[in-house]
Design a protein around this ligand. Structure first.
Ligand SMILES: CSC[C@H]1O[C@H](OP(=O)(O)O)[C@H](O)[C@@H]1O
Ligand code: ADE
Length: 309
């Protein structure tokens, strides 16, 4: 591996297991203190020659269920390559009539309905305490930038895919889908979309000071519509391929500009998470364990690689 930093990470979800419309360079499989990522990471090059890193969240053969995705290894592995911004894709259910299957959405809020069985913090099982800011779970500036670029890319594609913005996504545990009662409850709570994987991914990206945004691709109406069948995996598969094709088109269209945005003169305002953990790590109340510090230095070298402070 050369020292060249790869600044953009793309995480593909159900149906999006590769970005084969970009030029393949190689695969890498970093071992992190939290183990290996879901699958070897593909390094691909953009027309300008800049490289991006692509990771299939459930493994290339979709063999990892949502509760078992190694979120910490995935985020840590991407950060170890130099990644600063993660563009994640996810197949989601729609909780709103207007968000028809085949639509794309960029959420700005999350409701957590995972069940505490997924390791959700790099600080878990260490004696270092940190409380990351998470009021805005996605990176505001990245999201705003993305809304405009994705809208233009969808227009360019010309298949009539609609884009919805400022939506709230519910992240449930799974692997079973929701009951009709739950689906209706999520609507009453203000949920617009539902998936099983935006958490803890978004939380871990925040702890690692990475910018993170999600492109949610609707595959079904979940189970809230009284006259319709409740969602099944079969239903989801019907839209998965078309959504994946459009996702690849969107990625290829916007990644070059994203590379420019995060290397250009306004990069520091764009990458607003850098430095954010400084005020989240609690001043030491107990002696920090050197092994914990070494582990945490893998994702936050600025705070943990030096002598204990
Ligand atoms: C195949 S339906 C349920 C499955 O699809 C979504 O995966 P991803 O977010 O990785 O695209 C959802 O979150 C569930 O994991
Ligand atoms: N209805 C649904 N519920 C949870 N995750 C999903 N992914 C795609 N559709 C979904």
């Amino acid at each position: 591996m050369s020292d060249e930093k790869i600044l953009i990470g793309v995480i593909g979800g159900s149906g999006l297991y590769h970005l084969d419309n970009l030029t393949f360079v190689k695969t890498v499989n970093p071992e992190t203190p939290w183990g290996h990522p879901s699958s070897p990471i593909t390094i691909a090059s953009l027309p300008s020659g800049a490289k991006i890193a692509f990771l299939a969240r459930h493994g290339v053969g979709h063999s990892i269920n949502p509760s078992a995705v190694p979120g910490r290894a995935n985020i840590a592995a991407l950060k170890s390559l130099g990644v600063r911004a993660i563009l994640a894709f996810s197949a989601v259910g729609s909780l709103r009539e207007e968000i028809a299957p085949g639509s794309f959405a960029i959420p700005t809020q999350i409701i957590d309905r995972t069940k505490g069985i997924r390791p959700a913090s790099f600080f878990q099982d260490t004696n270092v305490v940190a409380h990351a800011m998470f009021g805005d779970p996605f990176s505001n500036k990245f999201v705003k930038w993305l809304e405009d670029k994705v809208a233009k890319a969808l227009e360019k594609e010309g298949r009539g895919v609609k884009l919805f913005t400022e939506k709230c996504i519910v992240c449930m545990e799974g692997p079973q889908f929701s009951t009709r009662a739950e689906s209706k409850m999520y609507r009453a709570w203000g949920g617009d979309l539902i998936n099983m994987s935006v958490l803890p991914e978004a939380k871990l990206a925040r702890e690692a000071e990475l910018s993170y945004a999600l492109i949610a691709t609707a595959t079904d109406y979940d189970s809230w519509r009284p006259q319709s069948e409740a969602v099944t995996a079969h239903e989801v598969f019907k839209t998965l391929k078309a959504n994946a094709d459009t996702s690849r088109f969107v990625a290829a269209t916007i990644l070059e500009e994203l590379q420019e945005a995060i290397t250009g003169e306004n990069a520091s305002t764009f990458l607003e998470e850098v430095g954010s953990m400084k005020f989240s790590i609690m001043p030491r109340s107990e002696k920090q364990n050197p092994e914990d510090r070494a582990k945490l230095a893998y994702i936050l070298p600025e705070y943990f690689s030096g002598e204990e402070q």
